[in-house]
Design a protein around this ligand. Structure first.
Ligand SMILES: NC(=O)C1=CN([C@@H]2O[C@H](COP(=O)(O)OP(=O)(O)OC[C@H]3O[C@@H](n4cnc5c(N)ncnc54)[C@H](O)[C@@H]3O)[C@@H](O)[C@H]2O)C=CC1
Ligand SMILES: O=C(O)[C@H]1O[C@H](OP(=O)(O)OP(=O)(O)OC[C@H]2O[C@@H](n3ccc(=O)[nH]c3=O)[C@H](O)[C@@H]2O)[C@H](O)[C@@H](O)[C@@H]1O
Length: 456
């Protein structure tokens, strides 16, 4: 079938590429000329494993095209997919200005029946608004609106789309239903057919539930720390119960990214305007932010009375998760200013997100490798669970550091192994490794030797 996708951010681009990969004919439109030029040249504006290969392949076989011209892109399409951004307004509600202007533009160019389907995450009732915005422009021309929210994750977006577990089709007519079923046929997935409101709601409910799972395990982790239990084992035990499931039970520094933080807020706002104040989700958000602060406290504690002033901290990882360069709501953007606010100097390294991070973190220095970041540093702080960090050579790390302190926000290492190597190692929800099990008031260092003063 012929599809027009409006917006070439993560969702628009990945959907466009994957729809063409399974045999549909797709034209992706974006108002950003630079992006479109890049895409035509076969370069992806987003970092996403596997995307460029499919981008080049499907442009070559002419199933995938890019343009800035919506009218031309819509011409042959029977389905128009809206995939533009829905950022947060100041009060946390979803900003629908991009959706509104796209809907009006679509209305302007509608010359034959089409189904207009929204993939962007939008509050319940937006489908109705889109219908009105289009209608205002196109008069009596027939069309249907539909809702087909997106569930892909950044970093595994191609895999998630090609192997989607389910798709929700929010429809109002048989024609729209048939077209969306045809769109999804090659993906051989579970289809849940609903009305518009239910489809729109299912996206917020899914994201808020996943965010809740993360905050829940982070609270379990915090209690584990008080009682010398190990949260990773607790999560393993919980996860083996199919009613709970093992995914999203990774304790750490809380969720970040372009969606959970904004979607939980928008969900709260949506409940409020509908006359119901959500109680769990606001707490989920609070726990999430507290988790960032706890990591900074761990760093402070490691230096005892000396505090963080003047200390050189090597931050490993800036992106909100591995395999992406996305810095939107990345925990590093909260944690690093807290460290520098306490007088620490930060030298950071991320395998792909440094360019994207520069404008958010102008007061720190960047290193070209983890080794360079760690060189003569007083402590290492791990903020992203990149494979490169999980696999780093601990002997090499010891050689680089001025003092052997590792504050791990992602539980990358086995505490016993860290103990064996002589590190002071504090992670999330697991017993802190302090040399010889002692508590120390301060840590100083001479060369690469850690030297502490015992608490009397
Ligand atoms: N990023 C993600 O992993 C996921 C995002 N979503 C949702 O999907 C939506 C899109 O998110 P992203 O792809 O991250 O967005 P984004 O903000 O990265 O990209 C949006 C794109 O739309 C383009 N655009 C805006 N107005 C336009 C117009 N009038 N005509 C043509 N192009 C226009 C922009 O130039 C930009 O390239 C959001 O609602 C988001 O919540 C849903 C699931 C996953
Ligand atoms: O609506 C969206 O945009 C998307 O939001 C998330 O996807 P994404 O933000 O790409 O990344 P996740 O893998 O969900 O991770 C989000 C954050 O949670 C953190 N996380 C994740 C899992 C975990 O166990 N613990 C944990 O702290 C990650 O480090 C990251 O900061 C959802 O997983 C997708 O299903 C959804 O489509």
């Amino acid at each position: 079938m012929n599809i027009c996708v409006v917006g070439t951010g993560y969702v628009g681009l990945v959907s466009g590429v994957c729809f063409s990969e399974v045999g549909h004919h797709v034209t992706c439109v974006d108002q950003d000329e630079h992006k479109i030029k890049q895409l035509i040249a076969g370069r992806s504006p987003i970092y996403e494993p596997g995307i460029e290969e499919l981008l080049v392949k499907n442009q070559k076989n002419r199933r995938l095209r890019f343009t800035t011209n919506l009218k031309e892109a819509m011409d042959k399409a029977n389905l128009v997919v809206i995939a533009v951004g829905t950022p947060a307004n100041e009060d946390g509600s979803a900003n629908l200005s991009f959706i509104e202007s796209v809907a009006k533009e679509i209305g302007d160019h509608l010359t034959s029946y089409k189904v207009i389907v929204t993939k962007s995450t939008v509050p319940v009732g937006t489908g109705e608004k889109i219908k009105n915005w289009i209608q205002e422009q196109c008069g009596k021309m027939a069309f249907d609106v539909a809702s087909n929210p997106e569930f892909l994750r950044e970093g595994t977006a191609i895999y998630d789309t090609m192997h989607m577990e389910r798709a929700v089709l929010g429809v109002e007519s048989e024609k729209a239903k048939e077209l969306l079923i045809e769109l999804h046929k090659p993906f051989n997935t579970n289809l849940v057919i609903t009305d518009l409101a239910t489809a729109e709601m299912s996206k917020y409910a899914a994201n808020a539930f996943l965010a809740t799972k993360i905050s829940f395990i982070n609270e379990v982790a915090n209690v584990c720390e008080q009682l010398d239990a190990d949260v990773t084992k607790v999560a393993e035990v919980m996860g083996l119960d199919p009613r709970i499931g093992s995914a999203f039970l990774g304790a750490g520094i809380g969720y970040g990214g372009s969606c959970f933080p904004k979607d939980t807020q928008a969900f709260i706002q949506m409940g409020q305007s509908a006359g119901y104040s959500l109680k769990i989700v606001p707490e989920v958000e609070k726990v999430n932010f507290e988790q960032r602060k706890r990591l900074v406290m761990k760093a402070k504690q490691a230096f005892g009375v000396e505090g963080l002033r003047g200390k050189q901290i090597a931050v490993l990882g800036l992106a909100f998760k591995p395999n992406t360069d996305d810095m939107r709501a990345a925990p590093a953007r909260d944690i690093i200013p807290m460290l520098t606010g306490l007088g620490a100097e930060v030298r950071a390294y991320d395998p792909v997100a440094m360019q994207a991070a520069v404008s958010y973190l102008p007061h720190i220095t960047f290193a070209s490798s983890w080794q360079e970041a760690a060189r003569d540093a007083d402590a290492v702080m791990i903020l992203t669970d990149w494979k490169e960090f999980k696999e780093l050579n601990l002997n090499e790390l010891k050689d680089e550091l001025a003092s052997l302190i590792v504050i791990d926000g992602r539980n990358l290492f086995d505490p016993q192994l860290m103990k064996h190597h002589g590190f002071y190692y504090d992670s999330v929800g697991r017993a802190k490794i302090e040399i010889e099990g002692e508590r120390y008031e301060s840590i100083t260092y001479r060369g690469s030797r850690l030297h502490r003063q015992k608490l009397s």
